[in-house]
Write a protein that binds this ligand. Structure first.
Ligand code: GTP
Ligand code: MG
Length: 434
């Protein structure tokens, strides 16, 4: 990728808005905007009320223009940000004019952030955090991405990275000994360090399983006997007809999904076929799907008709018992372990959603800023493989080589090795102007 040329892009979303921001980055950023400006900010890192003008002297718009001098900018290069009045006519007029300037070109997706990376303003984990922040839809996703941007995720990984570097240094120091001369305690210490790093990798991986939930959403199964109001419930909380409802037991046959944000928590609810003995092949396929989902979900809402159903679903994990149709019940439920709701009147629904989110939060993340990406996981687990092999290796040359390979894998997380192909994948995910 050529990093010499000066790039520009509209960095705000299209459509009507109060302002639209155009970013320009590169050696000729200042000069190229100055050419079409009435009063550019003269001092670095200052903003100025400016007019963007055409060749014939007509004003396109009054703007706030900010100048960032390298290296104190997002990309690390000279940058100019022009805040226009939002509106497609203003922008298209400006772009039409700016396009003709041979000193600048349109940025590709993620190119500003890529430059920030190339100029060591961000490491790769922070680049990913920027992407996450832009894509964050819930409060928890935002928090996690921001913490990673601040480096708190990097910290956990950095410790592993640092320790592996030290390990390699020490292992290489003892390579000068011949096998017989090698002091046993030195070798044992190194083995201990390897063990220690492997433990840290394992703990990072287990945290990741939790943080992945924030990315992809928690899975909540709606399980239970037929005709207990499961489909009516998913329709009620989704505000639409996700699932068919009839008074006939065995209506739902398939697994149906609905994504709901409960106070910042991304949750995927799944309506399932009611569980009963059935002669229908199709229904039985549905029932086995229900059971499978219940096993793989984070939480199950078990819809019951009467108290004796509690026993029947006793073996299901992570569950909340729910009794619906509160509006037509003669005897009211007094059992605290059963949550009463009505999808007809809405009774108890808010309470149930609150209990669900509390339970999900409790059983998952309390800490933020843990490794959130499959990419990191892959490098960590590859690194662990090399470390395990090093532990078994009695040949010292190969022993060091394994540790070097382990370090190499971890370094890839930060993009410090030859990872051109990985870079392409990551930056292609960005929007233009970021
Ligand atoms: N009065 C009342 N009726 C309800 C309520 N929820 C569901 N029903 C009725 O109960 C019947 C079954 O509802 P569904 O939502 O289809 O039940 P289900 O558990 O999905 O049933 P299957 O798909 O057969 O397993 C329908 O006639 C609904 O109208 C409720 O809160 N109050
Ligand atoms: Mg149903």
């Amino acid at each position: 990728m050529i990093l010499q040329d000066t790039i520009y892009a509209v960095s705000t979303a299209p459509g009507k808005s109060a302002i639209s921001v155009v970013r320009v980055s590169g050696k000729k950023a200042y000069e190229s905007v100055k050419k079409i400006s009435k009063s550019m900010p003269k001092k670095p890192n200052h903003s100025k009320l400016n007019k963007i003008i055409e060749k014939n002297g007509d004003t396109i718009d009054q703007t706030i223009t900010t100048f960032y001098k390298s290296p104190k900018s997002y990309t690390g290069e000279d940058m100019v940000e022009i805040s226009f009045h939002g509106g497609s006519a203003v922008l298209s007029k400006f772009i039409g004019m700016f396009e003709k300037n041979k000193d600048v070109r349109q940025a590709k997706p993620g190119e500003f952030t890529r430059r920030a990376f190339e100029n060591n303003k961000l490491d790769l984990t922070q680049v990913e955090a920027v992407a996450d922040l832009v894509n964050a839809e819930t409060e928890n996703q935002r928090k996690e991405a921001f913490n990673q941007l601040e480096g708190s995720s990097s910290l956990g990984l950095k410790k592993i990275h640092e320790k592996t570097k030290n390990l390699l240094a020490e292992a290489e120091a003892i390579i000068d000994f011949s096998d017989e001369d090698l002091p046993k305690n030195v070798y044992n210490q190194i083995l201990e360090q390897i063990e220690n790093i492997i433990t840290e990798i394992d703990s990072a991986v287990s945290k990741n399983i939790r943080s992945r939930k924030i990315h992809n959403g928690y899975i909540v199964g709606i399980i239970g006997k037929t005709n207990t109001g499961k489909s009516s419930f998913i329709n009620k909380i989704s505000n639409q007809d996700v699932s068919i409802v009839t008074s006939q037991p065995g209506t739902t046959r398939d697994v149906l999904e609905s994504y709901i944000d409960i106070q910042g928590l991304p949750v995927r609810f799944y309506d399932t076929a009611g569980i009963r003995r059935s002669k229908s092949t199709i229904e039985n396929i549905g029932i086995s799907k229900s059971k499978k989902l219940a096993e793989n979900s984070d939480l199950n809402l078990i819809f019951i008709e009467k108290k004796s159903d509690l026993l029947r679903f006793k073996s299901y994990k992570n569950k909340i018992f729910v009794q619906s149709k509160h509006d037509i019940r003669r005897t009211l439920n007094k059992n605290k372990d059963i949550i009463s709701i009505s999808s007809k009147t809405g009774f108890g629904i808010k309470n149930l959603l609150k209990i669900i989110s509390k339970k999900l939060i409790k059983m998952s993340f309390k800490e933020f800023g843990h490794i959130s990406r499959e990419r990191h996981m892959r490098f960590l687990s590859d690194s662990k493989k090399h470390l395990l092999r090093a532990k078994e290796n009695k040949n010292y040359d190969k022993f060091c080589e394994d540790i070097r390979l382990a370090l190499n894998e971890i370094s890839k997380i930060y993009g410090k090795t030859d990872v051109e192909d990985i870079l392409e994948i990551i930056f292609n995910d960005f929007c233009i102007g970021k």
